[in-house]
Design a protein around this ligand. Structure first.
Ligand SMILES: [Zn+2]
Length: 239
C-alpha cells in the first residue's frame, strides 16, 4: 500500500494563508499549552482595518519561545532557509520578530516575545474580554465591511486569542514610547489606523481609556499637538 509521505515533510506545502491557517496554528499552540495572542497586520484586519499582510504573527510568553517554534515547525511551518530574509534583519522602520518560520518563501510566521511587546499582560491565555478577547467575538469585533473585507473570524474555527482594541491602543502608546528613538512612528501609525477605521465601525470605544491614554487619544483626535505631546511625556513604561 502506498504511503502518504508528503505530510509533515519540510517540502510539503501548507494551505494558503487565511483565517483557517491562522486558527490551525493557534490550535497547535493551544494543544501544547503555549500562552500566545495573535499580533501584527493579520490582527489589524480582524479589527476591520484594511491593511496588507504577508504572514501572521504571534506574541508568545518568553519561557515558551522554543516550544512555540518547535510546535509550529511540527505543524508544517518551515524553517527559514535564507540569510538574506528580512525576518533576520534589524530594520530601522519596523520591529523584527524574535524568531520566525515560513508559510511560503515570502510569507512568514513571526514570533515576538511577550517581554518585548505585551509586558503589561502577564497571562496571554486569560480571555477576560477586557485585555484579551477571541478573534471570533461578535460583541467586540466587526463582521466583513461593505466590500466584504475581513473582520472577525467565523465561529466554527478554533478560538484565537487577540488583544482587545482598547488594550491595544494603550500597548501601542507604551511601545511608541519605548521605541521612540527607533521605530516609534511604526506604532503610532497603527494607532492612526485604529482611530480612522475602528471609531467608525464601533470597535474602538475611547471611553474605555483612562488617564494619560485618554488625554493622548482625545488630543490626537482634536489635532491638539501640545496636549498630545504632554500626555505622551507622562505615559510611563510601567503604567
Ligand atoms: Zn526567513
Amino acid at each position: 500500500m502506498a504511503e502518504d509521505v508528503s505530510k509533515g515533510q519540510d517540502d510539503s506545502e501548507l494551505p494558503p494563508l487565511d483565517d483557517r491557517l491562522v486558527a490551525s496554528a493557534a490550535a497547535s499552540l493551544d494543544a501544547s499549552k503555549i500562552p500566545y495572542v495573535l499580533w501584527g497586520n493579520y490582527m489589524l484586519t480582524i479589527f476591520g482595518i484594511p491593511t496588507v499582510f504577508n504572514g501572521m504573527d504571534f506574541v508568545v510568553d518568553d519561557d515558551f519561545m522554543d516550544a512555540a517554534y518547535d510546535t509550529l515547525q511540527g505543524a508544517g511551518f518551515k524553517k527559514c532557509k535564507s540569510e538574506g530574509c528580512n525576518g533576520n534583519k534589524k530594520l530601522f522602520y519596523a520591529p523584527t520578530p524574535h524568531t520566525h518560520l515560513h508559510i511560503t518563501e515570502s510569507e512568514r510566521l513571526g514570533l515576538y516575545k511577550r517581554s518585548d511587546i505585551l509586558w503589561r499582560l502577564p497571562n496571554l491565555s486569560n480571555v477576560d474580554g477586557e485585555s484579551i478577547t477571541l478573534a471570533s467575538d461578535p460583541n467586540q469585533l466587526p463582521g466583513p465591511d461593505i466590500l466584504g473585507r475581513r473582520g472577525r473570524f467565523q465561529q466554527d474555527l478554533h478560538p484565537v486569542r487577540v488583544p482587545t482594541v482598547s488594550q491595544l491602543v494603550q500597548v501601542l502608546l507604551l511601545l511608541a514610547k519605548k521605541d521612540q528613538n527607533t521605530y516609534g512612528g511604526y506604532w503610532i501609525n497603527w494607532i492612526s489606523y485604529i482611530l480612522e477605521f475602528c471609531t467608525e465601525n464601533g470597535v474602538f470605544d475611547k471611553s474605555r481609556l483612562t488617564g494619560n491614554y485618554k488625554t493622548y487619544i482625545n488630543a490626537f483626535l482634536e489635532g491638539d499637538h501640545t496636549s498630545r505631546d504632554k500626555a505622551f511625556e507622562c505615559i510611563g513604561l510601567t503604567e
